[in-house]
Design a protein around this ligand. Structure first.
Ligand code: PNS
Length: 163
């Protein structure tokens, strides 16, 4: 029955998507009937890739996941989630340092839309140190990023950074 379908949103900046993000996306897709990866504006960040480019990169590395869609949205995450019929927001937590900001966002989203629950998944240990900023920093200085991002998008990052 349609009402029983569990729909989740995995939101983020994904600038660019990393192996850590992909781990969270895959694990979420295994838990829910339908998952939307949503690329949203984070007002405190200036991005390397445009929203359209980030959507394309995430689509490329998730093409094998059947119950997944990738979109961008300019607005509040809870409004996007509501528009897609999603009752859940799923975020990855790497370390205690992530917690304060993530908890603040989860509380804000809960007060904006009490019907949408935020779930946190702890990042796999091998990715606990990883972030899009670290990937960009290493690539900027010509270091290898093959352990950090899916191989299908490695070249795009290096070229974008001007390597
Ligand atoms: O990958 P990030 O940068 O940690 O993702 C943060 C993001 C984009 C999920 C967050 O900034 C967000 O939800 N932005 C949309 C605007 C919004 O809904 N803000 C209210 C929540 S505090």
């Amino acid at each position: 029955m349609a009402a029983d379908i569990k729909i989740a949103v995995v939101p983020g900046s994904f600038d660019p998507v990393t192996n850590g993000h992909l781990d969270i996306i895959r694990r979420t897709a295994a838990l829910f009937d339908k998952v939307y990866v949503c690329i949203l504006r984070n007002s405190s960040k200036k991005t390397l890739f445009s929203a359209e480019e980030r959507v394309e990169l995430v689509k490329r590395v998730t093409a094998d996941i059947p119950n997944l869609e990738v979109e961008s949205f300019d607005g509040l995450l809870v409004d996007y989630a509501h528009s897609r019929g999603a009752g859940f927001i799923v975020k990855g937590l790497r370390a205690v340092s992530d917690f304060e900001y993530e908890f603040q966002m989860a509380q804000t989203n809960k007060s904006l839309r009490p019907d949408i629950e935020t779930f946190f998944i702890s990042t796999s240990r091998s990715y606990s140190y990883l972030s899009s900023s670290i990937v960009k920093e290493v690539a900027r200085y010509g270091g290898p990023i093959s352990d950090f991002v899916p191989k299908e998008i490695e070249k795009d990052i290096i070229e974008k950074i001007g390597g």
